[in-house]
Design a protein around this ligand. Structure first.
Ligand code: TXA
Ligand code: MG
Length: 346
């Protein structure tokens, strides 16, 4: 029996790594994408946060293909994507006044709102939870694709499980080639990290994953908002239970400019090929070290951080990243940087 299961596994892995992957743009890509979704296939589409790997949320077999393509544990719930707020009432069983306020204020945009799920949503989508995360992307191509599909689309980020989230079609292609039939080109993602996840089923709205919409922005609208601090038994958001966002090479965070340079020299002396990820002001102080510039401020850093990690793992074998601090959106960036570095600081 064990041998049979092993052969079946090999056969399936063989299948997913030999598929032809098309990378297309424009109306043709959207139409083909919608056709594939209706035929029960998975499709990669752009959003303003990161690229998503979508399937019809009501087609259980299609949803299973997401987990297969990502190599992802199936107890990690998926976000359901919509193109119109009118779709929400069919997906949830209850919308609180506060949830409605968030929907009115921040959708479409980089936010996922957790609400009690409608019975019709398959458990395969929510990882067995009785809640569902709803997101309405603001990206034009995402909206056109979701509209053409005309069904809610379950989608995680379009990376192989534990790899870095992709913010452009080329990075998706590098990671997912052979695992998906189509990647819809939509240019670089404007926000650059995954949506803020807010759990509206708690007595106080709780951020499970920080993102482009900060705790302060939500508290300004609702009066109160907490960040999740508890110990995770069931994974409520990605990276809470599983390791996430790791580049293929070692990555560390520098406590100071001095320690950044010291570490760079130390690693080079060991014969490695390090690279620094930092903002303009730090880059200006460098004296010949190799670097990737993530820009001027928190918004630019957020936009560029995942692409810079992709670039780093391509052209170097050791990444040293600046500590961007905890102010506003920098905290959301550092949430991802910390996970990528496994918390290692120098
Ligand atoms: O910006 C984004 O959110 C991107 C784009 C593609 O929309 N998507 C994304 O999906 O980041 P993913 O699967 O990589 O992360 C979504 C996470 C899930 O892993 C899960 O932990 C959390 O959202 N989530 C989804 N439904 C949930 C629920 N009902 N309760 C708690 N957490 C949930
Ligand atoms: Mg992800």
């Amino acid at each position: 029996m064990a041998i049979f299961l092993w052969l079946l596994y090999l056969f399936n892995v063989g299948k997913i790594i030999t598929m032809e992957t098309k990378l297309l743009e424009g109306q043709k890509a959207i139409e083909l994408g919608a056709e594939l979704i209706k035929a029960g296939e998975v499709v990669v589409f752009p959003t303003e946060t990161v690229y998503g790997l979508g399937a019809d949320a009501f087609n259980v077999d299609a949803v299973k293909k997401i987990y297969l393509a990502k190599g992802r544990p199936s107890d990690n719930p998926l976000i359901v994507h919509i193109y119109s707020k009118d779709q929400i009432k069919d997906l949830v069983s209850y919308i609180s006044d506060d949830a409605k306020l968030l929907i009115d204020t921040f959708m479409p945009g980089p936010i996922t709102i957790i609400m009690p799920k409608a019975p019709s949503i398959p458990k395969e989508v929510t990882g067995g939870l009785d809640t569902v995360g709803i997101r309405m992307p603001s990206h034009k191509v995402a909206n056109a694709f979701l509209r053409a599909c005309n069904c809610p689309i379950a989608a995680p980020s379009a990376n192989v499980s534990t790899h870095i989230s992709p913010t452009n079609a080329e990075d998706v292609y590098e990671d997912m080639q052979g695992r998906v039939p189509l990647i819809i080109q939509g240019g670089p993602s404007d926000v650059g990290i995954e949506s803020t996840i807010v759990d509206m089923t708690q007595s106080i709205p709780t951020i499970l994953r920080p993102g482009g919409i900060t705790q302060e922005m939500i508290a300004n609208v609702l009066g109160a908002c907490e960040s999740f601090k508890g110990k995770v038994t069931i994974a409520k958001a990605p990276g809470m239970k599983y390791k996430h966002y790791a580049p293929s090479c070692t990555m560390v965070i520098a406590n100071s400019f001095e320690s950044m340079i010291q570490e760079y020299d130390r690693v080079r002396n060991e014969g490695m090929n390090p690279i620094i990820i930092a903002r303009d002001d730090v880059i200006k102080k460098l004296t010949g070290q190799r670097y990737i510039d993530v820009g001027l401020d928190a918004d630019e850093t957020m936009r560029n951080i995942f692409a810079s990690m992709h670039e780093g793992q391509r052209i170097a074998d050791y990444i040293i990243c600046q500590d961007f601090g905890q102010d506003g959106k920098n905290a959301s960036v550092m949430n991802r940087v910390n996970k990528a570095a496994g918390g290692v600081r120098v």
